[in-house]
Design a protein around this ligand. Structure first.
Ligand code: PGA
Length: 324
């Protein structure tokens, strides 16, 4: 086993994680025969099977699972070492694994453009999924840094708020409530609502906010993404509570209206989170500093353009007393 090469371990790790030769080959930019040869050589060195193929499906043997854990430790150790070395050389370089909730995809990728330009040696992988799954990844220690609309309640973490995340009520531009001033919350509860899937942080905080006031939403439909909700709202199916950040691309369209509802926007923040017992890598803290420094100006660029809404809501959001 001591003769196994790092390349063989990388190939094995990718096949074992993806449970697919094709996906591993794509991920590593190798041909499938190369992947198979590397794996065969590694299996010969071990002397026992690491994978089993039943029909078209690949399974890890017990030994394969053990080796996968060893691979993760080895690669993590190596990348820590790499970062330490580049830090000592004064160069910020290495790999950063980020996992962010779906709603954060409106500003994190924008921010990455300027981040890459500033730190060309840092390679970022970005996983975008809903709150529930981001929390699962955090519990499984799969990434370096997580971005959420609310820190987890069940886990000890470092959490830093870095940007406002106001939740607003949106309706079709020709909705009878569009343009009305100071709509009472009770009136809102009569409207059919479109909500995100269970497990969404946006949904959770909108429900909590209204429940605290003794109101429940009349849910007409559950949709699995912010984009689907905006389309359905524009189509007149109902109204919805979404993060203002999701309206980044709608700033030049007048299909959607933001309703002026008493108590809204719900004032929230974006948080960067990592486990309390973990030391953030040099690359991780470089990104966190960048987030804290730059995200407001990146968000201002697209939020300020939302017609009739953002300058005013940004002000309300700063002064509002309501919490999620
Ligand atoms: P979501 O999360 O994209 O899962 O709704 C947003 C949040 O946590 O605020």
């Amino acid at each position: 086993m001591k003769n196994a090469t790092l390349r063989q371990l990388k190939v094995f790790e990718s096949v074992a994680r993806n449970l697919s030769f094709t996906r591993a080959a794509e991920e590593l930019h190798l041909t499938q025969p190369t992947v198979s040869i590397q794996l065969k050589q590694l299996t010969d060195l071990v002397g026992l099977p690491l994978l089993e193929q039943i029909g078209k499906k690949i399974y890890l043997t017990d030994l394969g699972r053990e080796l996968l854990l060893v691979c993760h430790d080895t690669f993590e150790g190596l990348s820590r070492f790499e970062m330490l070395a580049s830090d000592m050389k004064g160069v910020k370089a290495g790999k950063l694994r980020l996992a962010v909730v779906t709603t954060a995809k409106y500003f994190v990728p924008r921010l990455l453009g300027s981040f890459y330009a500033r730190y060309p040696g840092i390679e970022v992988s970005l996983k975008v999924t809903n709150r529930e799954r981001v929390l699962q990844r955090l519990a499984d220690n799969e990434d370096d840094l997580y971005i959420l609309g609310q820190p987890p309640e069940q886990m000890e973490v470092h959490a830093e708020a870095f940007l406002e995340n106001p939740l607003v009520v949106i309706a079709a531009h020709d909705h009878p409530l569009a343009g009305k001033k100071n709509i009472p919350l009770r009136r809102l509860a009569e409207e059919p609502f479109l909500v995100r899937e269970a497990g969404s942080g946006t949904r959770l905080s909108a429900e909590r906010f209204l429940n605290q006031l003794g109101l429940t939403l009349k849910v007409r439909m559950e949709l699995g993404s912010n984009e689907a909700i905006k389309q359905a709202v524009a189509g007149g199916l109902g109204i919805a509570v979404l993060s203002a950040h999701t309206l980044a691309l709608e700033r030049n369209s007048n299909e959607l209206a933001i309703l002026d509802v008493a108590g809204f926007p719900i004032r929230r923040q974006w948080y960067a989170v990592y486990p309390a017992d973990k030391r953030l890598s040099v690359v991780g803290s470089t990104f966190l500093d960048y987030l804290k420094r730059e995200s407001q100006s990146v968000a201002n660029l697209y939020l300020a353009g939302i017609p009739g809404f953002f300058p005013e809501t940004a002000h309300n959001a700063r002064t509002a007393k309501n919490k999620p």
